[in-house]
Ligand binder design. Sequence first.
Ligand SMILES: Nc1nc2c([nH]c(=O)n2[C@@H]2O[C@H](COP(=O)(O)OP(=O)(O)OP(=O)(O)O)[C@@H](O)[C@H]2O)c(=O)[nH]1
Ligand SMILES: [Mg+2]
Length: 318
Amino acid sequence: MKAMVKRRVHVAAAAIISDDKQKVLIARRPSSFDQGGLWEFPGGKLAPYETGLEGLKRELHEELGVEITRAQPLIRVHHEYPDKHILLDVWQVHAFSGEPFGREGQAVRWVPMEELSGYPFPAANLPILRAVMLPAEYLITAEEEDEAVFGERLTRALEEDGVRLVQLRAKSLDGEQYLARARRALALCREYGARLLLNGDPALLEQVDADGIHLTSERLMQLDRRPIPAGKWLGASTHNAEQLEKAAALGCDLVTLSPLAPTPSHPDAVLMGWHDFQQHVEHAGMPVFALGGMTRQHANRARAVGAQGIASIRDFWR
Ligand SMILES: Nc1nc2c([nH]c(=O)n2[C@@H]2O[C@H](COP(=O)(O)OP(=O)(O)OP(=O)(O)O)[C@@H](O)[C@H]2O)c(=O)[nH]1
Ligand SMILES: [Mg+2]
């Protein structure tokens, strides 16, 4: 049988963030449309010769009556629908003028981030929902012998840097010590509304009710199904296409991809470079954090090549 060539559709869509950064604007597709009744991020198909941002500006004007004044790439998602291949080019809109309303008769609603998963979206939207809910910075804790110093440094990062996603990485602690530190870290993260992922065995969640698990690439490759429930966040460390594919197959919610640049913790690693990084991210289908020598100064660069943001030990641990 001759393989059918699917239609390719390039769609620009917006996650419009409220001024207080707590809510995002979604719209319901009119029931007469393809995927009618489902919620979506406003946007639509690009016209020939339009860039993503040009198309997005036009669509938001047509659909909502607003003009974008500040936007940043958030995530690109390729998805195979039965009849078409779709590229969703999603932008985070931080500022706009005008008061959004459904110019095409569609319902429009500001929704608190934590309620987003209660709305039915098209199948392609899962990675977008994750990206919208995650911050652009991922703190990985340093090896730290002293519990008090650990607490001070984590508190400083939460308070002064506004970190909202933390991975507790502590290879030098044994089981009981790790659990004690995890409980302390969780209490601090809760105080600041930050999420905590434990780097270790997924069974750790039975002892500490953290927000999720971050898998080492080694642990990732040994698994054949998602080890934690859907309500928890699953992260993984990746370094190549094979590991990224595995992470996607397991339903990971986010990954780090490294190493971009040399670091004291991994001095001999073979570096990836931004070009390879971008190629990997394009088809990852998950939020990807750039890791390895990254600081917040690299954040815009990382976003420009499709990443969620940067992950770092050094930049946050002082
Ligand atoms: N805007 C938008 N489209 C999405 C999302 N998720 C998703 O799968 N899609 C799909 O992407 C395509 C977007 O097309 P659209 O109907 O919005 O296009 P449009 O605004 O240009 O209108 P048109 O129907 O007149 O061409 C649809 O097939 C839709 O199902 C999303 O979150 N936002
Ligand atoms: Mg549309």
